[in-house]
Design a protein around this ligand. Structure first.
Ligand SMILES: [Zn+2]
Ligand SMILES: [Zn+2]
Length: 428
C-alpha cells in the first residue's frame, strides 16, 4: 500500500520548515565557507580514490583510507561490516534524531580508456560510476558536520558500502549486523547523474524501473523456430509504451529535455518492454530468457503467471517445463513520499531553487541496492548532477566518457551537510 498524505499535512510540514529557515542563513553561510576551506583537500582525496580504484568486494585500501580519514576528524569508526564496509559515527552535542548517510565505494572493470588527467593506475578498473565522488562527498559531509558538532542535536551515521555494482554490498552489511551497530530514524544517499553540476533531483517512490529476468524452459522439439516465434509474439502482447532504441540510445535520452525524466511528459513514466531476448539449448532443454523493464510492481509480478496461462492454452502446452523470474540482481530505490516532500522543502529553504528539480519518470537499465536499507529504514535517494557542457563533461554513469565536474563535490557537501543538520535537529 502506498502512503498517501493529505494537503493538510503538507501545509503543516511547509509551515514548520518555513518557521525554521529564518535562523538558518548564518549556518548555511558558515557551511559554504567551511566547504570552500576543505575543497582542495577533498579534490585530493577524490583523485587518490580515482587513481587507485578497487572492484566490488576488493575495496580493502579504499576502506582503510576512509577509516583513517574518519578517525582523523574524530569520529567513532567501525570496519569490516559485510566485507569492507565502514561506518563512521558522529554524536552531536545533544540527544536527538539519528540520520544515516550512505555512500558506495566500489569501481568497475572496464577497458574503456579514462578521460581525465589523473587516470586509474589499476589496469582495467575505473571509477566509471562516480563512487569515488560519492565517497568523497560523504567524507566532506562528515568533516563539515564534525565542525558543526555544537549545532547537532542528534547523531549522524556515515555508511561506506562496498560492492554496490554486484548488488550485494548493502545486503551483506545488513546481514552482518549494520542495524545492530546503528539505529537510524532515516537514511539518505545520492548518485551522480547527467544533469548540470550541482542540480539535485528528487522523486517520491520508485526512481528506476523494476527489472527482472524471465526464464522459460521447454522440452526439446523439432518446432524450435515456431516455438521461438510464438514466445516473441506472446511477449510482445505485454508491451506498454515500449521504450524504443538500443540501451545506449535509451540511456542518453534519459536526460533529454523533451523525452527525459525531468519533463512531466516524459516517455519514461509508464511502460513495459523487453530487452536481450535469447532462445538457446541447455542440457536437453530449450530455454527462453529476456530482461523485463516495468514501471509498475504489481504488473511485473503478475507477468510469469499470465505467460504460463497463455502457453498452457497453446499447442506448446506439453513442452512447457517452467516459467519464472531469476533471483533479483537489480532493484529500484523507493523514496518515502513524506520524507521526499520534507527534503524538497528543506533544501529549497537554503539552496538555489533552480538547482533543485523534480523527476517524473523511472529510469530503465539501472539498479541501486540502496533499496535494501529503505526496506528497513525510511529514506530518500537523490541524484546529483555532475555534468558541465562548457568543459565537455558528461556524467552519465557506465558510459565510456563518464567524468564528473569536481565542483560537484562542493555542491554536494554544502547542500547535504545543511540538509542533514536540519534533519537531525528537526522533530518532524
Ligand atoms: Zn554503477
Ligand atoms: Zn553507481
Amino acid at each position: 500500500m502506498k502512503l498517501k498524505f493529505t494537503i493538510l499535512s503538507l501545509l503543516f510540514i511547509a509551515s514548520v520548515i518555513k518557521a525554521q529557515t529564518s535562523n538558518d542563513k548564518n549556518t548555511y553561510q558558515e557551511i559554504v565557507a567551511q566547504t570552500d576551506e576543505i575543497f582542495d583537500r577533498l579534490v585530493e582525496v577524490r583523485r587518490d580514490l580515482h587513481v587507485h580504484p578497487e572492484i566490488s568486494k576488493q575495496e580493502k585500501k579504499t576502506s582503510q583510507k576512509i577509516a583513517n580519514y574518519l578517525k582523523n576528524i574524530g569520529l567513532e569508526v567501525k570496519t569490516n561490516i559485510g566485507g569492507y564496509g565502514v561506518v563512521g559515527i558522529l554524536k552531536g552535542g545533544k540527544q536527538g534524531k539519528k540520520i544515516a548517510w550512505r555512500a558506495d565505494m566500489d569501481a568497475i572493470k572496464t577497458t574503456e580508456p579514462d578521460v581525465v588527467s589523473f587516470p586509474s593506475k589499476n589496469k582495467g578498473v575505473r571509477h566509471i560510476c562516480g563512487h569515488d565522488v560519492h565517497t568523497t562527498i560523504a567524507l566532506g559531509l562528515a568533516t563539515i558536520l564534525a565542525r558543526q558538532k555544537h549545532n547537532l542535536k542528534g547523531t549522524v551515521y556515515f555508511i561506506f558500502q562496498p560492492a554496490e555494482e554486484t548488488f550485494t554490498g548493502a545486503k551483506d552489511m545488513i546481514k552482518n549486523g549494520l542495524f545492530e551497530i546503528i539505529q537510524p530514524d532515516e537514511i539518505y544517499g545520492l548518485h551522480i547523474g547527467p544533469e548540470k553540476s550541482g542540480v539535485i533531483s528528487y522523486k517520491a517512490n520508485e526512481l528506476f524501473a523494476y527489472q527482472k529476468t524471465l526464464k522459460a524452459t521447454f522440452k526439446p522439439t523439432r518446432n524450435e523456430k515456431e516455438l521461438a516465434s510464438f514466445m516473441n509474439t506472446l511477449l510482445k502482447g505485454f508491451d506498454r509504451n515500449p521504450i524504443k532504441g538500443t540501451p545506449w540510445e535509451t540511456i542518453h535520452n534519459i536526460s533529454d529535455p523533451e523525452k527525459g525524466i525531468a519533463n512531466k511528459e516524459t516517455i519514461y513514466k509508464d511502460y513495459f518492454f523487453r530487452s536481450g531476448a535469447k532462445f538457446y539449448k541447455a542440457q536437453n532443454t530449450l530455454v527462453y530468457t529476456a530482461s523485463f523493464f516495468e514501471t509498475d510492481r504489481e504488473n511485473m509480478l503478475s507477468i510469469p503467471l499470465k505467460i504460463k496461462q497463455q502457453i498452457v492454452q497453446s499447442k506448446f502446452k506439453d513442452l512447457l517445463i517452467s516459467v519464472a523470474y531469476l533471483p533479483d540482481n537489480s532493484g529500484t530505490p523507493i523514496n518515502n513520499p513524506k520524507l521526499t516532500e520534507i527534503a524538497k522543502q528543506t533544501i529549497e529553504g537554503f539552496y538555489n531553487k533552480e538547482m533543485l528539480q523534480p523527476l517524473y519518470g523511472q529510469v530503465p537499465y539501472f539498479g541501486e541496492d540502496f533499496i535494501y536499507y529503505q526496506q528497513k529504514v525510511p529514506g530518500v535517494f537523490f541524484f546529483l548532477g555532475g555534468s558541465n557542457k562548457e568543459k565537455g563533461i558528461k556524467s552519465m554513469p557506465h558510459t565510456p566518457n563518464f567524468a564528473v565536474d569536481e565542483n560537484t563535490i562542493k555542491y554536494g557537501v554544502q547542500s547535504f551537510s545543511m540538509f542533514i543538520l536540519k534533519r537531525v535537529n528537526n522533530t518532524i
